[in-house]
Structures are given as C-alpha cells and as structure tokens.
Design a protein around this ligand. Structure first.
Ligand code: AMP
Length: 307
C-alpha cells in the first residue's frame, strides 16, 4: 500500500488577531504529509521547491518516511509563498499575497517508483496540474481525494470542474461548497457537487466540524472545542492527510471506514491549530493521538431517555 501526496511546499506568513509570523514552512503537501505520516509510511511526495526551502525540513520529512524523488528542486529559484490574515472568528481569512515563484514552472513528472500507488491525495494545487498527475498514473488508484480552494474557483473554474469529475472524494469548506454549487443550503450544494463526479464530499466548517456526504447519507464530525486556537492555517490539508492516512492504514475505503477517518481528520486539525504553522504535527506522538481520540468519543457520546 502506498500513498502519493501532491501539492505545494511553501513559505507562509500569517497574521491572526493574536499574533503574527514571518516566513514559516507551509504548503498543502507539507501539512498533508506530516499529518498522514502519523498513520502510514512511506509517502511519495510530488511538489516543487526552490533552493531556499530549508534542508532541515527536507531531512525531517525524509525521517518521517516521505520520499523526495518526485519533488522538483530548483536551486536558483524561490519557493511558493503565501500570506494570509485571519478575521476575529478565525474561520475566515483574507489572502494578502500569493507569489507563485517556482510553482509557475511546475510540470509534474511522476517517477517510475511512484506508479504503484494505491491512494492519491491531491492537495491544493492548480487544477490542471492535479489533472496531469492523475493522467500520468498507468493504473487508477483505489481512491483519489482532492482538496481545493476558492482561489481556483475564481480563476480556473472550468479546469477545476474537469478535475473534480476524476476524483472519488472532494474536500472543500462551506464557503467553497456554496461558490461551487451556487446553493446556500449545504445539503443542496452537496447533491449538486456529487453530481459533478465525486461519490463522497467532505464539507469543512472550521470550528463547527465537518460533514461527510455520500449519496443520501450524511455524517457529522465535531471539531474539538479548544480553549485557544492559535493558527488555523493548513487545517484542511491536515485533516485530509489524517483522513487518507487512516484509510491507507486500515486498507478499507468503505463509507463506514470513512466515518472514522473523518474523525481522525478532525482530530489532527485539533492539534495543528494549537501552534503557528505545522509545529504541532512535528511534535505529537501516537500516544497523544490515541489519548485525544477519547475526547472526541466523549464529545458525541450520550445516553437518552425519551420518557
Ligand atoms: P489551508 O489552510 O488548509 O487551506 O491551506 C493553507 C496552505 O495552503 C498554506 O500553507 C499555503 O502555503 C497553501 N496555499 C495557499 N494558497 C495556495 C494556492 N493557491 N495553491 C496551493 N497552495 C496554496
């Protein structure tokens, strides 16, 4: 079993109402790989970085079983840079800067050793590139999950819709689901989006949890009410990494298994938001993950008597 993760590896600068960072490590594929590596290894990474991407981060990821054979390193160029500012509710943010840098030249070529992958996670990336990665795989993976963002809906909607058609699970937030479907009701939005191709849809609602749709079924996963949320950046990539990591580990892609996978995704989110950037994902242990899972069980577990 192996997992291929594609997406950005980047520098981010983040402002929240409670603090601010200069350039720190970010990127959709970085968050996803750190998160998934707690559940499955090896991971085959597809991305592009500049010579400025720290060697220490590359080594740390390699130590977590992440292969860099598919990472294009452009020594004389700069890595992708993104900067964002969160509003007081920490659920919404404005993008301040998107400097594509090396991403403008990204033309992914899958190494031969990546051909055996059975699970593919397409992190946030230009939809045309996500499509190119799928089409290079000689055998279609058992499961393809895709994340995206409003940025691509604004500038590449046609490409995005063509890519969505090719995947099994789409992950978007509530605002993006509404933008993609032109529906305010998330139930109606989910039906319209699933009609575009994916059999499963995850709609993330920040501190209000996430919904997993499949046909006429819907499952709610809570987000853990935390005393302090420091930085929500990377939450969707982190939960996607936890979600797919759990499925790869259990080798089961049934709807029932996805119900637990989405809880694992929400749990990984509850860690990543506790510090700026991906720091928490690099510190936590299997024991921490297992311990925190009990809070999720308690959160939704109740006895009820009607009379
Ligand atoms: P998330 O908070 O999960 O939506 O993802 C934030 C991460 O996505 C950041 O670490 C950014 O580096 C990365 N990112 C931001 N904009 C883009 C974009 N247009 N394409 C790909 N990755 C992006």
């Amino acid at each position: 079993m192996s997992l291929l993760i594609a997406g950005t590896m980047a520098f981010d600068a983040i402002e929240t109402p409670f603090g601010k960072t200069d350039k720190i490590i970010g990127g959709s594929a970085t968050y996803a790989a750190w998160s998934a590596s707690h559940f499955t290894q090896p991971i085959k990474q597809i991305s592009i970085i500049g010579g400025d991407f720290p060697e220490s981060e590359i080594e740390a990821l390699k130590n977590r079983g992440v292969s860099f054979e598919g990472v294009d390193v452009r020594a004389d160029e700069k890595s992708f840079f993104w900067s964002g500012r969160y509003h007081m509710d920490m659920n919404t943010r404005d993008t301040l800067v998107t400097d594509l840098n090396v991403l403008e030249k990204f033309d992914p070529e899958l190494p031969e050793s990546y051909q055996d992958c059975e699970f593919l996670m397409l992190g946030n990336l230009m939809p045309s590139l996500q499509q190119k990665i799928i089409s290079q795989l000689r055998n279609r993976p058992k499961l393809i999950i895709m994340d995206t963002m409003n940025f691509w809906m604004d500038i590449a909607m046609d490409d995005l819709k063509a890519t969505i058609k090719m995947v099994d699970v789409l992950m978007v937030n509530d605002g993006e689901a509404r933008q993609l479907s032109n529906e305010y009701s998330l139930v109606k939005a989910a039906q319209k989006i699933m009609a575009m191709g994916p059999k499963f849809l995850i709609i993330k609602k920040g501190e209000h949890g996430a919904l997993l749709f499949h046909g006429s079924h819907v499952l709610f996963s809570p987000a853990l009410p935390l005393e302090e949320v420091f930085d929500p950046t990377g939450a969707s990539d982190t939960s996607a990494g936890g979600f797919i990591g759990h499925l790869v580990r259990t080798k089961d892609i049934s709807f029932n298994k996805m119900k637990t996978a989405i809880i694992i995704g929400s749990e990984m989110d509850s860690f990543v938001v506790e510090k700026f950037g991906h720091a928490r994902l690099t510190e936590i242990t299997t024991a921490d993950i297992s311990h925190r899972l009990n809070y999720f069980v308690d959160l939704v577990n109740f006895d009820i008597d009607l009379i």
